[in-house]
Design a protein around this ligand. Sequence first.
Ligand code: GLY
Length: 253
Amino acid sequence: MFKHAIVRTPCEAMVKGLSTAKLGKPDYALAFEQHQDYIAALRECGLQVTELEALEDFPDSCFVEDVALITPKGAILTHPGAPSRRGEVELIEPAIKQFFPYPDYIDAPGHVEAGDIMMVGGQFYIGLSARTNRQGAAQMISLLNKQGLSGTMVNMSALLHLKTGLSYLENNNLLTFGEIHHHPDFSDYNRIELTAEESYAANSVWINDTVLVPKGFPKALTAIKTLGYATREVAMSEFQKLDGGLSCLSLRF
Ligand code: GLY
């Protein structure tokens, strides 16, 4: 069960955020409204939400998931592969330390963005991407081992982050898409494959037996409901324009 979440208010500069989506620039006012509804959804799932202030110098800083990994045993601050995002780490550190006074750190030349990390109990899958390299993943695994947890690297090619293409919904259920669906590392899971046009919903989030699902993906929503989960849709159009998904917008612990 999760009790807390940390989020960061989107800044107006988000319209200049990193993106490969080719969906146009986000509308800031609408993004703010969608973010408020996201926070409401986290609260509906029973989480206490810490809201951090917007950081105008860091357009992607609302995607807090990338700059820290929080496990059941502690916190690890990352070193993002995207140079424009590295300054976000020291700015989230005080909020992390309120809950975890002695976090660990990933150091250069290691790069990790925790959007590449999926937790399954005490096992952490770490996707190797343009944002997370082998050195960073190796550091992460040794820090997880120090916490009594384990990690493995996942080779992948096309995705921005590992969790762009999959979500663990607990109970052995994995939402998947594309290259991840047939990936040998995940063959033991009950994989629910989404269609290409609904691939964005592969980033859905399990929170205390409710699954947050991006709004506008009816087949994915039905598939998740069929598994027996309560669901809560959240409109995400403005964050999708920045390659950001539901998981990217919070740290949950
Ligand atoms: N726009 C989010 C990212 O690329 O990190």
